[in-house]
Design a protein around this ligand. Structure first.
Ligand code: NIG
Ligand code: FE
Length: 422
């Protein structure tokens, strides 16, 4: 595949850069067209980027090349495929009935304690067949991809027991060859405390039953699992219980990527940093100490503006994080509470609500999100050797993607994943 004639190719990172800290987060390494020459991206048969440079040099660089497909990007901007660092996409039964309650003032934890929230979705998901869950999942992933997402982290976590957690991971496995985007799976069996159990008993259930079963399925090649997640929150898993679960995951080689300091300041970020957690999400209630600890540990802060919007939460200190040198990433947090499949909308909200610059929002939604998933060596920027995951924008400046509120279907002309137009 050859993309040619582009007005702007936004590479985001230079060779080998895996993360951009502080002020450099806004440095996008843009290659612009000249008066006579657009910018081309040459893609190999294997779906990887071979070369980026002026249109006029393609002939000499690849003499006699027969491109499977040529995408004309004249007058358009190209950015890396977007990466969604946090989603809960496998579930049955929506929670549309809770929306009005929350708008009327019920808090997330009030709904949760009244048996709604996660536990409602757990009941529906336990009852659903694997085929039904797959049929619900695939159109969601397609909607994400249509809005520019080419790599998404996808969590289990609506089973809370061995059988359903494995079912969710198997559904993700079956989705892999069918979905128009790349999936990174996260085991989130500690997403909530199952009805009738104490958090202590639920912790044992995760560590002694769910995790070993998931690891066994992984080791037999039945499911791929990259990370382990826990909802560390008051009324869910406390900091000590979260630590126990994360340490058990670490012993089995999983990456640590968990929900921390969302609704209650518990110093979850400090604990995560002490374990060298690769990523932590939400962080609306993180302390200054927590920000420093994350910077020191190199943990990625995955910010989720949709949840803060829907639940009217205080906002995480995004600017202080960037200033302190924390790599900030973004996620849609798609789940029955925050029904959003669009990363451009998430980027827009991150700019308006959390005061990221548009450039920072793009780094957060590409390179840093890929880094949060341990995949920045293959995804998240337009570099030779990385996967050709690209989004073509119907405007000469890339930032129309974040400026235009919603309506991605108009501003995006092509989404390319691993060198194939989806
Ligand atoms: O990231 N906070 C915990 N987990 C999800 C919500 C999941 C749900 O409500 O179903 C989140 O917001
Ligand atoms: Fe979440």
């Amino acid at each position: 595949l050859l993309v040619k004639g582009a007005q702007q190719v936004v590479r985001v990172a230079g060779a080998g850069e895996r993360v951009k800290l502080g002020a450099s987060m806004g440095d996008l390494a843009i290659i612009s067209a000249t008066q006579h020459d657009g910018v081309s991206i040459a893609v190999q048969q294997d779906g990887k980027i071979a070369w980026v440079g002026p249109d006029s040099e393609v002939g000499a660089k690849f003499p006699g090349a027969r491109w499977g497909r040529v995408v004309e990007a004249c007058g358009r901007a190209v950015v890396p495929g977007l990466v969604d660092a946090h989603t809960h996409p496998v579930w049955a039964g929506d929670r549309v009935h809770e929306f009005a309650l929350k708008v009327a003032g019920a808090s997330y934890l009030e709904v949760h304690e009244a048996g709604g929230g996660i536990n409602y979705t757990v009941e529906q998901t336990r009852a659903a067949s694997e085929d039904h869950l797959l049929n619900l999942l695939l159109p969601r992933l397609t909607r994400m991809a249509t809005a520019g997402t080419t790599l998404a982290e996808c969590k289990s976590g609506y089973g809370l027991e061995v059988e359903t957690e494995l079912k969710m991971l198997r559904v993700l496995e079956r989705a892999r060859p069918l979905a128009p985007l790349t999936i990174s799976s996260t085991f989130c069996g500690a997403h909530s405390v199952p009805k009738g159990l104490s958090a202590e008993a639920a912790t044992r259930l995760v560590v002694e039953q769910q995790l070993p079963a998931v690891v066994e399925a992984r080791d037999k090649g039945q499911v791929a699992v990259d990370s382990i997640d826990v909802f560390c929150e008051s009324g869910v898993f406390n900091v000590a219980q979260t630590r126990t679960i994360l340490e058990a995951g670490r012993r089995h080689g999983l990456r640590l990527n968990f929900h921390a300091d969302e609704l209650t300041p518990l110093a979850g970020a400090e604990m995560g940093a002490s374990l060298g957690a690769e990523a932590m999400s939400h962080l609306e209630e993180i302390s200054e100490e927590g920000v420093r600890a994350m910077a020191k540990a190199g943990s990625v802060a995955v910010l989720l503006p949709t949840t803060a919007l829907v639940l009217r939460l205080p906002l995480p200190p995004a600017r202080a994080m960037i200033q302190a040198g924390v790599p900030v990433a973004l996620g849609s947090d798609f789940n029955p509470n925050a029904f959003c499949l669009s990363m451009p909308l998430v980027m827009h909200l991150a700019c308006v609500m959390m005061r990221l610059s548009p450039n920072e929002a793009l780094t957060a939604a590409t390179l840093h999100a890929a880094h949060a998933l341990g995949k920045a060596h293959q995804h998240g920027s337009i570099e030779p050797g990385k996967m050709a995951d690209l989004v073509i924008i119907d405007a000469p400046r890339w930032d129309h993607l974040v400026y235009q509120l919603g309506g991605n279907d108009h501003v995006i002309t092509h989404v390319i994943r691993a060198g194939k137009v989806i």
